[in-house]
Design a protein around this ligand. Structure first.
Ligand SMILES: Nc1ncnc2c1ncn2[C@@H]1O[C@H](COP(=O)(O)OP(=O)(O)OP(=O)(O)O)[C@@H](O)[C@H]1O
Ligand SMILES: [Mg+2]
Length: 323
């Protein structure tokens, strides 16, 4: 598992906080409307071993959290035959996937199968690893991301990490920091307030912190810190939100709050979540990509992938969770 130390300058770069010559917000983008796949179902799936539903012998208790099918689906990113190697070792092998607004895409697979590497490729974070090389194409709104200035790209495609990593400053300033970097550095607190509040509201944190926004962020609970990090990511008004195991350090209640939030966010932002928790993937994802040893083995709707996986390797992996 990858741990990224909470170093402010590095984080700043990752969330796109470094000022650049590229104007923000980015220029008008062409949105591609496309037919969405059939409605996501709300029933619990038949398991790979044939039993079905909540309370099945396999102990599968997940229920779909997303209510019904997404209202719409807009392709924001296209991953096209992407391979990533560290030195001469291939970690991701020829993966192609769509990333759509209106949907939550979950990436699952055993440790070391390349999930984080693929996720980091989506906003060019892999470039920060000296030994990493990438082939294939990744498009954001039909533009090759190598043509987009990295800081600008990382504002549009923001990432939240496994370990909550708030900046060592107040709750308010965590969000204001991003806003100031995007606009005028001299913006006064009062002027930033509506946007700070809005980001905290979208992340489902406002009610809990509104009485003391000067509270040090590092003194929040783990679940609150992670929602603050999501709020900070959302303050950049991204088109794509990347979440790398965002709940793995959290208790079940905080996890539930964040899962609810992710499902709500899917209408405004394309969400890609890496998770080891298969029940979580089933609860919140519209589509699931199962990776194994760097390959994309199967990509399907969550109900299809968990209920009737096409590939033997998927069957074996998901049946591990379902009994
Ligand atoms: N910076 C790096 N330098 C060299 N090899 C790396 C680096 N980061 C990852 N790898 C290797 O690439 C492969 C994929 O790693 P990655 O972190 O993408 O997997 P993952 O699916 O996210 O795993 P986990 O579920 O444990 O987080 C692994 O074999 C890993 O050892
Ligand atoms: Mg990982």
């Amino acid at each position: 598992m990858e741990f990224i130390a909470p170093d402010v300058s590095e984080l700043d770069r990752q969330i796109g906080g470094v000022s650049s010559d590229t104007p923000y917000p980015p220029p008008i983008r062409r949105l591609t409307l496309e037919d969405s796949e059939p409605a996501t179902l709300v029933d619990a799936p038949a398991t790979a071993t044939g039993s079905s539903g909540a309370g099945s012998p396999g102990g599968f208790t997940a229920a779909r959290r997303s209510i019904g099918a997404p209202q719409f689906s807009i392709r924001r990113m296209e991953i096209d035959d992407v391979s990533v190697s560290y030195s001469d070792r291939e970690a991701v092998k020829g993966v192609s996937l769509p990333v759509r607004q209106g949907e939550v895409l979950a990436m699952i697979g055993p440790s070391g199968c390349g999930k984080t590497t693929l996720l980091r490729s989506l906003n060019r974070l892999t470039e920060l690893t000296r030994t990493a090389t990438l082939s294939g194409r990744i498009l954001l709104d039909d533009v090759d991301i190598t043509l987009i200035e990295p800081t600008s790209l990382r504002r549009r495609v923001t990432m939240v990490f496994q370990q909550p990593n708030p900046f060592p400053m107040s709750v308010f300033d965590n969000i204001a920091y991003v806003l100031r970097e995007q606009g005028s550095r001299r913006q006064r607190k009062k002027a930033l307030e509506p946007k700070v509040h809005s980001a905290l509201e979208r992340a489902g944190l406002f009610e809990e912190v509104k009485d003391n926004l000067d509270h040090p962020a590092l003194k929040l609970s783990g679940g609150q810190q992670q929602r603050l990090c999501i709020a900070r990511a959302l303050a950049a008004e991204p088109e794509v939100l990347l979440l790398d195991e965002p709940c793995s350090a959290l208790d079940p209640q905080s996890t539930q709050v964040i899962e609810d939030l992710i499902v709500k966010l899917r209408d405004d932002v394309a969400v890609v979540i890496v998770t080891h928790n298969l029940q979580q993937a089933y609860r919140i994802a519209d589509h699931v990509a199962f990776m194994y040893l760097g390959e994309l083995v199967e990509y399907s709707s969550a109900t299809a992938l968990f209920g009737s996986p096409r590939e033997q390797r998927t069957k074996e992996y998901v049946s591990g969770a379902f009994g």
